[in-house]
Structures are given as C-alpha cells and as structure tokens.
Ligand binder design. Structure first.
Ligand code: HEM
Length: 310
C-alpha cells in the first residue's frame, strides 16, 4: 500500500460504524467490545493482522474476527490497507461509538469526554493473515500486580501508570463461562466507554462488597464479585473483576490456583497503584486522555514508522 487518504479512512470508518452498531445479539452489540479486544490480541508480539483462533486465550474472538474479515475481504478494503490497519481502525471506531453510548439526554452530553486516538497506518500483515499457528503469550487473569506490571512493560513497553489506564478497557464487554471460563461484566453499564471500571472497583457504596469466589467448572476460575449500587436495581446487578483488575487497587497475594490470601477486598491492604485508581475514578476526562495515549501505543506496537493519512 503506497498511500491512504483521510477520505478513504472516513469511508472505512463509516462502513465500520454501520457494521459495529448494526450487528446486534440482543442489545449487547458484541462487535464493539470484541473489536477492542481483537486489536489488543492482534498487537501482542506486534500488530500483524493475525490471531490464532485455536489458542484458548483467543476464545471469544471468533465472531468479531469473522465479521470484520468478511467486510475487509469482500468489500474492497483489502485494496486500501492491511488487515492489521483495518482491525486497528475498527478498534478506534468501536471506542468512539462506545464513548457515545452515554445514558444522557441533555445538551450536557456534548461535553462528555471522548477518546482522542490518532489513527496511523502502515502495519504489515503476517504471511498467513488472518490466522496463524503461532502461540503468543497472554496475561492470565489469575495473576497479581507483578504479572500486570510485567504484562504492560514486556508486552507493550508501557509504564505502570499507562498500564493502569489501559486496563480501563474492561469497562466494555463481558467475560463468558463458555469462552474464558470467567463470568460477568466488569461494570453495571458495560456498553459505555467511561471511567466506571475505576469507580466500581473502589466504590464504598456497593450493595454487596467485593468477595472472591471460584466460578470454574473443570478448572479453577477465581474472580471477585460484587453487587453494583449503580443504575437502579434492574440495571445494576452482579459485577466482577479478575485478580489482575483487583490487584490495581488491593494488595492481593494469590496462590498457584489463583486464590487470594484476603478473601474480601475490605480485608486486603492498598496496592501500589491505588492512588492512580482513585485519580481515574474521580476524573473521567483525565482517564480518557491517558487511556487514549496508552491505547495508541498498543495499536502501534512493533512499528516506529506508521503514517498519518494524507
Ligand atoms: C492483564 C491483562 C488482561 C487480562 C488478564 C485480560 C483478561 C480478559 C478476559 C479473561 C476476558 C474475558 C474473555 C471472554 O470470556 O470472552 C477479557 C475480555 C475483554 N478484554 Fe481483557 N484482559 C487484559 C487486558 C486487556 C486489554 C489491554 C484490553 C484492551 C485495551 C482488554 C480488552 C478487553 C475487552 C474489551 C473485553 C471484553 C470482550 C467482549 O465482551 O467480547 N483486555 N479480558
């Protein structure tokens, strides 16, 4: 690919927007969180338009990859940009849509913070794109803060603050029993990109406080459950966090099965990153800005020569 214009990017974004918002399973629109997660998984080891869907760590990405690939391969986008660029643009589009899913009905909504991610292009696909038999290593949700630190640093070259900002992506979407084995949504409103992840994690007014339970069937899946106090009873309900999420606020020590030494968050001490969590919980605009920068680094991983469209 020798050039990409702003007009072509706008046309691609328009098509992606109709795909991501039009594809509904119930009301969940799974391609929006799916596109954000796909970009993350594609960029581990360098963004290259290839994921190994037979690797259990990628479980749950099948639908998103299939739907994006259909449009990329059949509607001419493969003549414009690499698949890795297309997936990256899908993730940026998904975040922008999700930020607009605010439950607000007044003119004030116009001032709500939105992600500011510059889309650059020039990623190169692996020779077998969109699939690969390569097995890349993904972080384990049972890990503690040391594994989060090493994930951010070794996987994407992020510092700790950037890593804490990036993990707020878990505001979107769900974990599913038949996919990763974990189960639930991280926040009561999992359709909207916001700092709710930080607010729910540190909330002192939950209906039921954070407690670790094992939801695994064939193997252990320790996770933290709570009852949200937000959004009214019907909308709130049970929310969950992985150990890796909880470790950003609480100093949890986990055994080899993933079980924490302190079983309720209230009995765990503060973690090293607790004050960053509080900053993000208090300031959506600050989080959105730092999240955008960290996300941009993630979707550029492996390249130092990506170009802005002209
Ligand atoms: C410590 C690092 C991370 C761990 C352990 C982790 C783990 C997980 C797990 C277990 C799921 C559930 C998958 C399923 O059952 O379908 C999930 C979903 C998700 N993850 Fe992560 N993740 C991490 C980092 C990230 C990052 C860096 C991003 C993006 C910037 C991200 C975005 C998402 C999204 C959007 C979903 C929801 C997907 C959906 O609803 O289809 N995650 N993650």
């Amino acid at each position: 690919f020798t050039s990409l214009t702003n007009v072509q990017v706008r046309q691609t974004t328009t098509r992606l927007t109709s795909l991501l918002t039009g594809y509904k399973v119930g009301l969940s629109r799974p391609l929006i969180p799916g596109s954000v997660r796909l970009a993350f998984h594609d960029c581990v080891g360098g963004c290259d338009g290839c994921v190994n869907l037979d690797n259990a760590d990628n479980s749950g990405l099948q639908t998103t990859a299939r739907e994006l690939n259909k449009v990329y391969d059949n509607e001419g986008f493969n003549k414009l940009m690499s698949r890795a660029d297309f997936w990256a643009l899908a993730s940026v589009t998904a975040l922008d849509i999700a930020a607009g899913f605010q439950e607000c009905h007044t003119v004030l909504c116009l001032w709500l913070p939105r992600p500011e991610i510059t889309f650059r292009w020039g990623r190169k696909d692996c020779p077998t794109s969109p699939s690969t038999s390569q097995v890349r290593s993904f972080p384990d949700g049972h890990g503690d803060l040391s594994s989060v630190k090493s994930f951010g640093n070794h996987t994407f070259g992020l510092n700790l603050r950037e890593t804490v900002a990036l993990l707020g992506a878990h505001t979107l979407g769900t974990a599913q029993k038949n996919q990763s084995g974990w189960n639930g949504k991280w926040v009561w409103n999992q359709h909207t990109l916001s700092n709710l992840y930080y607010q729910e994690l540190i909330s002192k007014s939950l209906r039921r406080p954070w407690t670790q339970i094992n939801v695994g069937k064939r193997s252990d899946r320790w996770q933290w459950n709570a009852q949200s106090n937000e959004g009214g009873k019907a909308k709130g309900g049970t929310i969950f966090m992985l150990n890796t999420d909880m470790s950003l606020y609480k100093d949890i020590k986990v055994d080899s099965q993933g079980r924490s030494s302190c079983p309720t968050a209230a009995t765990c001490g503060a973690s090293e990153t607790a004050s960053i969590m509080e900053e993000y919980a208090a300031n959506n605009a600050l989080w959105m800005k730092e999240f955008s920068a960290a996300f941009e680094k993630m979707i550029s991983y492996g390249y130092d020569n990506l170009a802005v469209p002209n």
